[in-house]
Ligand binder design. Structure first.
Ligand code: CDP
Ligand code: MG
Length: 159
């Protein structure tokens, strides 16, 4: 089943010069980029995007983190892409994320370190976690006009 999912390259990924490296991981898996742009999120938009987390203790650190610089937002398309992208991204806590995942390869810190220092977990990426959230998040970040349907060269071999 072909799905679309939202990916954000968070400000730490952008500032560390990892945009290309991270996008390559998704392209290498044969996923198709349906839309992409750079956005500097404000507090109001952060509250919409992270609506399920707004009441949680870590939310203020998370908002500070996600609004500290621009993010690269993209929608990727592929077979079971929501699950596949989460697998490529790895666990939320970089300390536990497996080598080979984006969070495991390019970050390392822990919940404990983040909490002790009053920081968000800087884990490079956001990815939608289920079909309903993907639908909501894609619609929040992209208009229909900004999403494109086209054929990629390797489609016959990867889809
Ligand atoms: O991003 P993911 O879906 O893996 O995790 P989440 O549980 O939906 O949390 C969203 C984001 O909040 C995480 O990616 C972290 O950046 C941040 N977070 C945090 O800073 N401290 C926590 N205790 C939990 C999450
Ligand atoms: Mg999440």
């Amino acid at each position: 089943m072909i799905q679309r999912t939202l990916i954000l390259l968070k400000p730490d990924a952008v500032k560390r010069g990892l945009i290309g490296t991270v996008i390559t991981r998704f392209e290498q898996a044969g996923l198709k980029v349906a839309g992409m742009k750079m956005v500097w999120v404000d507090s109001e938009f952060s509250r919409k995007h992270y609506e399920p987390h707004v009441e949680k203790g870590f939310y203020s650190s998370l908002e500070e983190f996600i609004t500290e610089g621009p993010v690269v937002a993209m929608v990727v398309e592929g077979v079971s892409s929501i699950e596949v992208v989460r697998k490529i991204v790895g666990s939320t806590e970089p300390k536990e994320a497996l080598p080979g995942t984006i969070r495991g390869d390019f970050a390392h810190h822990s919940y404990n370190y983040a909490d002790t220092n009053n920081k968000a977990i800087m884990n490079l990426i956001h990815a939608s976690d289920a079909p309903e959230t993907a639908k909501k998040e894609v619609a929040l970040w992209f208009s229909d006009k900004e999403l494109h349907s086209y054929k990629v060269n390797n489609e016959n071999h990867t889809f």
